[in-house]
Design a protein around this ligand. Structure first.
Ligand SMILES: NC(=O)c1ccc[n+]([C@@H]2O[C@H](COP(=O)([O-])OP(=O)(O)OC[C@H]3O[C@@H](n4cnc5c(N)ncnc54)[C@H](O)[C@@H]3O)[C@@H](O)[C@H]2O)c1
Length: 145
C-alpha cells in the first residue's frame, strides 16, 4: 500500500506560504530536493525562483531532477561548510533532507538521530547565521504542524 501523501495539498501549502512574496530573482534552497517530496517542491518553483538542491543522494536520485532547472549540490547537510555555502543569498529554505525509512531508523538509530536531529540543527543554525529569519519550513509527519 502506498502511504505517501498526495502532493497537491503540499503545493497549496507552499503557495500559501510564499507565493505572494516571490519574485523571479528569489533563491529557494530545498535540502533533500532529490527525494520524493523535494522533487515536487523543486518542480513547483520552476520559472518562479532560482532553486538550489543540496542532497547527498542517500535515498534520493539525481534522475528525480532531470528536466528541472535547479542546481544540485551533492553533499551532506551534516557538512556545515556545505550548508554555509549553499545557504548564502537564499530567501527560503525547505528542509526535507532526512532518513525517512522507519525500518532504517530502528536499525541505525544513531545515524538517524545524527541526520534528522543533528542535520536539522545545522540547517537551522546556518539559516539563522544567514539571517533568514522565520522563513524556514520543515515538512512534518505531524498533520497538526
Ligand atoms: N513522503 C511522504 O509521504 C511524507 C509525508 C510526510 C512527511 N514527510 C517528510 O518529508 C521529508 C522528505 O521525505 P521524502 O518522502 O521526500 O523522503 P526521501 O527519502 O525521498 O527524501 C529525502 C532526501 O534527503 C536526502 N538526504 C538524506 N540524508 C541527507 C543528508 N545527510 N544530506 C543531504 N541530503 C540527505 C536523500 O538523499 C533524499 O533525497 C522527510 O522529513 C519525511 O519525514 C514525507
Amino acid at each position: 500500500m502506498d502511504l505517501r501523501v498526495s502532493i497537491s495539498p503540499l503545493q497549496r501549502t507552499i503557495a500559501g506560504l510564499v507565493e505572494g512574496l516571490l519574485h523571479s530573482s528569489m533563491r529557494v534552497l530545498i535540502t533533500g530536493g532529490a527525494g520524493f517530496i523535494g522533487r515536487h517542491i523543486c518542480e513547483h518553483f520552476q520559472h518562479r525562483a532560482e532553486v538550489r538542491v543540496p542532497d547527498n543522494l542517500r535515498s534520493g536520485f539525481e534522475s528525480n531532477l532531470s528536466g528541472l532547472k535547479c542546481q544540485l549540490i551533492v553533499g551532506s547537510i551534516l557538512d556545515r561548510d556545505v550548508v554555509k555555502e549553499v545557504i548564502k543569498g537564499v530567501d527560503f529554505v525547505f528542509h526535507l533532507a532526512a532518513m525517512v525509512s522507519v525500518q532504517q531508523s530502528v536499525q541505525k538509530a544513531n545515524e538517524c538521530a545524527e541526520i534528522n536531529a543533528g542535520g536539522t540543527a545545522i540547517v537551522l543554525e546556518e539559516a539563522a547565521r544567514a539571517q533568514l529569519g522565520c522563513n524556514l519550513r520543515r515538512q512534518s509527519n505531524d498533520s497538526k504542524n
